[in-house]
Ligand binder design. Structure first.
Ligand SMILES: [Zn+2]
Length: 112
């Protein structure tokens, strides 16, 4: 027995799955995937002076940390590079001259 969908009355009658609902679900999954991809690309990766991974930040958090370091008189060194996938990256090294812990160095890799 063929059914019609109340939400998609103009979709073709169906046995089990409305093509309109299936399309909607597909679109939502695609949008979620694109959002997750964008969030991953916009993630800042933090390293210490030995290149050990210390964690991840949002771009906004990294920017405010760098601004705070600048205002506190830390040395800021910056490089712009492109990774193998063609993603432009901004590398920011902040050095706290008063710190003896790991040279007072924090390195942030920021998608540009
Ligand atoms: Zn439907």
């Amino acid at each position: 027995m063929l059914q019609t969908c109340r939400r998609h009355p103009s979709a073709a009658p169906f046995l089990a799955t409305c093509s309109g609902c299936a399309q909607e679900l597909y679109d939502i999954e695609q949008a979620n995937r694109a959002r997750a991809e964008a969030e991953r690309a916009a993630t800042v990766t933090n390293y210490d002076c030995y290149g050990s991974l210390w964690g991840h930040d949002t771009v906004a958090k990294a920017r405010s940390d760098i601004e705070e370091a600048r205002e506190s008189g830390h040395t800021i060194d910056e490089w712009n590079v492109t990774d193998r996938a063609g993603q432009p990256l901004r590398i920011v090294r902040t050095t706290d001259p008063t710190s003896t812990f790991l040279g007072g160095i924090d390195i942030a890799v920021i998608p540009a």
